[in-house]
Design a protein around this ligand. Structure first.
Ligand SMILES: [Zn+2]
Length: 446
């Protein structure tokens, strides 16, 4: 297998160097054998960092209705771009981490766990599954359609889980020696804004790029907070929205395969598709403009980042749970044909991850945290780059602190579409505890 072959090759080089150093001395055959054995088993091999990425197209054929939130899905008559699932696997000698991105509104753990169960050789708790939050993909929740049914197609969803597992297994099989560039910078230009209060959003774009031994990038992860809802669910189009053109532009610019992880985009950080006339441009051309601009900004941000040759990986995970106070979300859970693992609709639990990748730290958020929560968490994280993976491992609606919950009139919708008043505080407390109890990432800056 590629894995063991590559790391054994590294060890064997060490051995040969040791062997040559001692070759001049007269050692008996037996002594030589034991010397070699000693070197093989006692020299801690320098962690060889490797990475792999793989993609599967999951556009339904024939097309299915698309979902932009709780409520009935809308019919789709054509597609723009393809929905994909993407798996980035990072590995040193001790740890393997998988980051998965899927072009859906959300991807509940009841589905994610089906994919995890089909992955060989990687612990399920090291597999992070995020949704891009496109509002133009099939329903993954089984939202009630108001007529006693749902638009969720269970057979299709099963096939998505299988293709997700295939992508993970392929990326893990094709791991190759790599180094990383990690960077943070403001994405400039007309990309995102806060629909409720224009400037209340986080413009920082985080980038993790994997480079081969030839110095050429083969995978580029872009982490940014935005609602990919340029098209939305009402224009009859199935699409990854702006994330599709983002991927196309990254590839076109020689940045390899892209993978987009959303951030704290709740309430209501959205794509800036406003036109001078005040209307939203709900067109594929606008998806292309924004996606390509975000790609160009991400590449500008990462260009001069230092190369990390042997970044150390660390993966923490724990299960956290929340009370479900929202009658609306209880009703969704009770009615869903997915079977949310329990008949108890008063609590939900999910996987929380904290990763160290080189000098970066990454925290997962099981929903759509408001941008103020995002700023606070990043400020309390311990990396030189602090990334939030929103809508990851689950997406339980909006996450607000109790002082925001039920406050401004414009927060009515996000308050109703949250688990409850306590969700923000519970999440922040659990996240801060996990950060405090876990090792800090390595430092590059002196
Ligand atoms: Zn949303």
């Amino acid at each position: 297998m590629t894995n063991s072959h590559a790391s054994n090759a590294g060890r064997w080089l060490l051995n040969r160097r040791d062997f040559l150093r001692f070759a001049g001395t007269r050692l008996s055959g037996a002594a030589l054998v034991s010397l070699l054995a000693f070197t093989v088993f006692s020299t801690p091999a320098r962690a060889e960092f490797r990475a792999g990425i793989a993609v599967r197209v999951v556009t339904p054929d024939p097309l299915l209705p698309v979902s932009g939130g709780i409520g009935p899905s809308k019919p789709a008559t054509r597609k723009e771009g393809d929905l994909t699932v993407r798996a980035l696997v990072l590995s040193d000698d001790a740890t393997k981490i998988v980051i998965v991105s899927a072009d859906f509104l959300g991807f509940p753990s009841v589905l994610g766990n089906k994919a995890r169960a089909q992955v060989k050789g990687i612990p399920p708790e090291n597999i992070l599954i995020g949704a891009t939050h496109t509002h133009s993909g099939p329903d993954c929740y089984g939202f009630p359609d108001g007529k006693g049914g749902t638009a969720a197609d269970l057979k299709y969803l099963d096939s998505v889980c299988s293709r997700m597992a295939e992508a993970i297994n392929e990326a893990a099989t094709n791991l190759r020696p790599a180094s990383l560039k990690i960077a943070t910078g403001e994405a400039k230009g007309k990309i995102a804004y806060n629909y409720y209060a224009e400037r209340l959003y986080d413009p920082r774009c985080h980038v993790i790029q994997a480079l081969g031994p030839d110095g050429k990038p083969f995978a580029t992860l872009v982490n940014y907070a935005v609602h990919p809802e340029v098209l939305g669910s009402s224009v009859g189009i199935c699409s990854p929205d702006l994330v599709g053109p983002l991927y196309a532009r990254l590839a076109e610019q020689g940045a390899g395969t892209g993978i987009f992880m959303n951030s704290a985009q709740g309430g209501m950080v959205t794509a800036d598709n406003r036109t001078p006339g005040g209307k939203d441009a709900r067109t594929w051309a606008e998806c292309e403009r924004i996606g390509r601009l975000l790609a160009d900004e991400a590449l500008r941000v990462v260009t001069n980042a230092p190369e990390q040759k042997s970044p150390v990986l660390h993966c923490e995970s724990r299960t956290i749970s929340f009370p479900v106070d929202s009658p609306q979300l209880r009703a969704v859970m009770a009615a869903s044909p997915l079977g949310f693992g329990t008949k108890d609709t008063t609590r939900v639990s999910t996987q929380l991850n904290l990763l160290n990748i080189g000098n970066a730290q990454i925290l997962t958020i099981p929903g759509e945290a408001l941008p103020n929560i995002g700023f606070y968490l990043k400020r309390n994280m311990r990396g030189e780059h602090n990334l939030l993976f929103g809508l990851t491992n689950d997406a339980f609606g909006y996450i607000l602190t109790r002082v925001d919950w039920g406050s401004f009139k414009v927060y009515d919708y996000v308050s109703r579409t949250s688990l409850g008043e306590k969700t923000g505080e519970i999440f922040i407390e659990e996240a801060l505890r996990l950060i405090a109890e876990s090792p800090a990432p390595e430092k590059l800056k002196p």
